[in-house]
Write a protein that binds this ligand. Structure first.
Ligand code: ADP
Length: 230
C-alpha cells in the first residue's frame, strides 16, 4: 500500500496535511477546488517536492527521501513532456532507457506499446506531425513501458476536449487492467472520477482526505466539495 504518514507539505505560504493510505491496485481520483493542493500532493508522492514533516511508504518500505527516478512510480504530466526533436518511437524508448539505446527485446517492447496505443503506423513521426490526441498516446506509451507499480496522472488529457478525453481515460483503464497498477489521477471533472476510479481523495481546506468511494462522495458531497461542484 502507499502510505502517507502524518505528512506536512509546504509550497510557498501554502500548507497541506496528508495522513492516508491507498491500497495497491486501486484506481483513485484526486479532486478539489483550484489551488487546494492537488498537484502539490502528487508532486510530493512523485518525489519532486520534499516533506516538511512525515514519511511516505510503498509496500512497507520508506521512500520519503528517494529521488523521483528511484521511486516505484511513473508520472504523466499535463503537457505530456514529449521531446519535439525525437520521433514517437524514440520518445517512448526513453521510457525504457534514459539513453534511448535499446536491446532488440526492448525495441520489441516499444513496438508493442505503440500498438497498444494504436500508433503502430506512426512510429517515425515527430510530435509536431501528430494530433493532440496522438501526442497524448505517445506520452501514455512512454509511461507504460516504464512498468512502474504506481501511475500518477496530473490532468493529462484536459486539453483534448470531452470526447477524446473520455477515450483516453478508457484507454488508461484498459491498459492497466489486470496489471495490478495503482492509479492516482488528478481531475477537476467529477465525471472523469466516476468514469475510471473506484475511490477519490478530496483535497480541500489544507487537507488531503483519506480515499472514499467515488460514487458515494460525489452523490453526497461534503460542504467543501459541494460549493466547488456548484
Ligand atoms: P491545485 O493543483 O489543487 O490547483 P496546487 O497544488 O497547484 O493546487 O497549488 C496549491 C497552493 O500552492 C496554491 O493555492 C498556492 O498557494 C501554492 N502555490 C502553487 N504554486 C506555487 C508557486 N509556484 N509559488 C508559491 N506558491 C505556490
Amino acid at each position: 500500500m502507499l502510505k502517507l504518514s502524518d505528512c506536512v507539505i509546504e509550497n510557498g505560504n501554502f500548507t497541506l496535511h496528508a495522513d492516508l493510505c491507498i491500497e495497491p491496485g486501486a484506481s483513485v481520483a484526486i479532486i478539489g477546488p483550484s489551488g487546494a493542493g492537488k498537484s502539490t500532493l502528487l508532486e510530493t508522492i512523485a518525489g519532486f517536492r520534499s516533506l516538511t514533516q512525515g514519511q511516505i511508504f510503498w509496500q512497507g518500505t520508506e521512500i520519503t527521501d528517494l529521488p523521483p527516478g528511484k521511486r516505484p512510480l511513473a508520472m504523466l504530466f499535463q503537457d505530456g513532456n514529449l521531446f519535439p526533436h525525437l520521433t514517437a518511437e524514440q520518445n517512448i524508448a526513453l521510457g525504457v532507457r534514459p539513453n534511448g539505446r535499446l536491446s532488440p527485446d526492448e525495441q520489441g517492447e516499444v513496438q508493442t506499446a505503440l500498438e497498444r496505443v494504436s500508433l503502430a503506423g506512426m512510429s517515425t513521426r515527430k510530435p509536431a506531425e501528430l494530433s493532440g490526441g496522438q501526442q497524448s498516446r505517445v506520452a501514455l506509451a512512454r509511461v507504460l513501458v516504464q512498468r512502474r507499480q504506481v501511475l500518477l496522472l496530473d490532468e493529462p488529457f484536459a486539453a483534448l476536449g470531452p470526447a477524446l478525453k473520455a477515450e483516453m481515460l478508457d484507454l488508461v483503464a484498459d491498459l492497466i487492467e489486470g496489471t495490478g497498477t495503482t492509479l492516482l489521477m488528478i481531475s477537476h471533472d467529477p465525471q472523469d472520477a466516476r468514469r475510471i476510479t473506484d475511490q477519490t481523495i478530496l483535497v480541500a481546506e489544507g487537507q488531503a482526505h483519506s480515499p472514499v468511494e467515488t460514487t458515494e462522495l460525489l452523490d453526497n458531497p461534503p460542504p467543501s466539495l459541494r460549493s466547488y461542484l456548484g
